[in-house]
Design a protein around this ligand. Structure first.
Ligand SMILES: N[C@@H](CCC(=O)N[C@@H](CS)C(=O)NCC(=O)O)C(=O)O
Length: 202
């Protein structure tokens, strides 16, 4: 059985919980206290971070890598596009998300004190980048069109945390809010939430 080591408020861990519940297979989630990390975390992941997925002698870290593995291991419903060109584009998009959005999420998630100025810059960057994505979601139901995909999984935990991070989107980003509600109403999304995440959003 797959075991996911997960942070109860970690957006990257939530991505993996979301995929596990979408697939509806057997797995175990082990909550890790990030303020008091068990020693085996550093043994399994040289960067000392969660999420980590363990299946027999396979140990994986990095949420997107874990999620692609789960998607290939349990192909239904398929979350990466079947077509190689679309799959490559999706990977590129995932990479862009990390470089342009989640690098700033990591600043806001940092447990060591980060300067207020740096936190404010992170919030502004996230707000601006999300606003740029809004036009895409006027006509698209999901990031890639009609089909729910790994891109939606990757971004959902950030959209859930906007209030929590004190990020206010401009009115022009209304399509993002509607899109977010669509993601949040998925049964697997609701199941993926920990009690600490449930209270992040009013
Ligand atoms: N790029 C990683 C980021 C994971 C990450 O930043 N995890 C944080 C919690 S949200 C963590 O484990 N922090 C513990 C630490 O750095 O000591 C991924 O996608 O999995």
């Amino acid at each position: 059985m797959m075991v996911l080591y997960s942070g109860t408020t970690c957006p990257f861990s939530q991505r993996c919980r979301f995929v596990l519940f979408e697939k509806g297979m057997d797995f175990e989630i082990r909550d890790i206290d990030l303020y008091n990390k068990p020693e085996d975390i550093a043994v399994m992941n040289p960067y000392g971070q969660v999420p980590i997925l363990v299946e027999r002698d396979l140990i994986l870290y990095e949420s997107n890598i874990i999620n692609e593995y789960i998607d290939e291991r349990f192909p239904h419903p398929q979350l990466m596009p079947a077509d190689p060109i679309m799959r490559a584009r999706t990977r590129l998009f995932l990479y862009n998300f990390e470089k342009e959005l989640f690098v700033h999420v990591s600043v806001l998630e940092n447990r060591n004190p980060v300067e207020a100025k740096a936190r404010e810059a992170a919030r502004n960057n996230i707000r601006d980048r999300l606003s740029q994505l809004a036009p895409l979601l006027v006509k698209n139901k999901y990031m890639l069109g009609d089909e729910f995909s790994m891109l939606d999984v990757a971004i959902a935990p950030l959209l859930w945390r906007l209030d929590h991070y004190e990020i206010e989107l401009p009115k022009s980003a209304a399509p993002i809010q509607k899109y977010a509600e669509r993601l949040f109403s998925r049964p697997a999304y609701i199941e993926s939430l920990t009690p600490s995440e449930k209270v992040m959003r009013r």
